[in-house]
Ligand binder design. Sequence first.
Ligand code: GLC
Length: 521
Amino acid sequence: MQELIWWQHAVIYEIYTRSFQDSNGDGIGDLNGILKRIDYLVLLGVDAIWISPIYPSPMADFGYDVADYCGIDPIFGTIQDFDRLVAEAHRRGLKVILDFVPNHTSDQHPWFLESRSSRDNPKRDWYLWRDQPNNWLSHFGGSGWEHDDKTGQYYYHSFLKPQPDLNWRNPDVKAAMFDALRFWLEKGVDGFRVDVMWLMIKDDQFRDNPPNPGYRLGQAANNRQLPTYNSDRLEVHDLVAEMRAVVDEFPQRVLIGEIYLPVPQLMTYYGRDLTGANLPFNFQLLQCAWSAESVAQVISDYQGALPRGAWPNWVVGNHDTARIATRIGTRQARVAAMLLLTLPGTITMYYGEELSLCNVPIPPDEVQDPFEKNEPGLGLGRDPERTPMPWDGSPSGGFTTGFPWLPLGDEHEIVNVEALERDDYSILRLYRNLIQLRQTHQTLVRGQLKDVTAVNHVLRFERTGKDDRFLVVLNMATEPAQIELAAGTVLSSTHLDREGKSVGGMVDLRAAEGIVVGLDK
Ligand code: GLC
C-alpha cells in the first residue's frame, strides 16, 4: 500500500492565536504562548497546528486585514519567536500551517496606500477601482464599494472597508503574493490554509448580482443577493492551480482552501486532475442538522461526490461558527468527537473542542467582532466562539496574567484543561483516546467507508481495511437505544467505560453514547 503523506493522516488543530495563550500579560495570545503549550498539543496527539493570521495588522478584522505578508505583528511576537516556534514544533513532530489571506489586504498595506494615492500610480490596478459601484454587497454588511474622495473612484471590499480586495487578474499581484508564500515556505512552514479561496476572482465585467429569492429576514444582509458575479468564478481554478504549483515547489506541503459552497461546486476546487487545493475544507458538518438521518446523508453525499483520488477531510468547528458543544449540547459533543475522528481523510479540530468548550455570551459593550458591530443582534458575531482557552480555574484561566481581550465565561471554573486532565472520564481523555486510536489503526484514516445508515436516531458505518474492520455506532438521541451488532471488541466508547469489552448480538447504548467496535475476523 502506498504510504500516506503526513497531511493525509493528520489531525490538524486550529489555534485562534489571540485566544490560546498569552505570554506577556497584554491579554492577547501570542507565539510564545503557543510555544508554552506545545507539549499539551503533543500529548493531545495532534499532528499539525494551523495558526490564525499573525502578520502585522491594524486588527480591524483581527489579523484578517494584513499590512505586511512577510512579517509578524508585535502583538504576537517577533520573527525570531516564529522561527523558534517552528523549530520546536518540528522537533516534536508537529507541522505548522499558516493562514494566508490573499483576497484582500489591510487599507494600511503599503500597496493600498500607493494604489489609492493617485489614479496613475503603478499599483492602482492592484486593487479593484471603478468609477461607479455595482450592487455587490459586503459580507459584513452594507455596500461592498467605498468612495475614495481624493481620487474620485470606488474600491471594492468583500469584507470591511479597511479590507480592500486585491485584483488577482493583475500578474504583478500574483507575483508579489506568490513570493510571500515562498518566504514562509523557505522558513519551513508546512502549508497554508487559504482564506476565502472561492472569492479571490470576480467577474471581469462587474455585472450586478441577481436578488436572492431565498433571503429571509434575520439573515446577514449579504444574503439578499446571489453571489453570482463576485464568487466562485471559473477563473479562480487557474489561480488555485498556480498557487498549488508554488506550494509544490517545496516537498511535502499542503494547500487547504476555505470554501463555503455546496458539495458539487466544492469538489471543483480539487482542480483538474487534482492540481487544485489538496484539501478544499469540507464544512458540511458545520451546517447540517444534528440527526442521524441528516449526518448519514451528508457523509454519503460528500464521499460519493469526491473526484477520483481526491482526499477527503472533515471539520466540526472553526473560528467563524458557533462551537459544536453549543450547537448540539455537551453530551452530543462527545458523539461528534467520535464521529469526526472515525471519518475518512484529514481531520481539523478547533481549539477547545477537546474541552467541549461552549460559546461564551458577550455583553454588548464588550463586543470586539466587527461583524457583530456592523450587524448587531442577529447572532452573527464570532466573539462567543473565540474566547480564551481555559487552562485552569483561576480568574483568567491561566490564559493571561493580565486582562483577557475576551471574557472566559463562568463555566471555565469547571471546564478547564487542568480539571479535565484530572478526570479519567472527561471529553479531553476521550479526544486523546480517539486520536490515538486513529493513529494506531490506519483503516480509520484510509479504509473504505461502508454501509452508512441511520435507524432510530442511531448512525452507523463501517471502516474496512485489508486486514481489519471497524464499526462505528453513534446514538444521536436523548433516549437509550438497542442495536444489533456483529461480534467484536469495544475499542473506544464516548463514556470511556466499555473499552476492551466484547460485544455482539443485541447491544444497549445509553443516550448520547457512541462506540467504536473492532470486528472479529
Ligand atoms: C474568513 C475568515 C474570517 C474573516 C474573513 C475575512 O472567512 O475565516 O474570520 O473574517 O475571512 O478575511
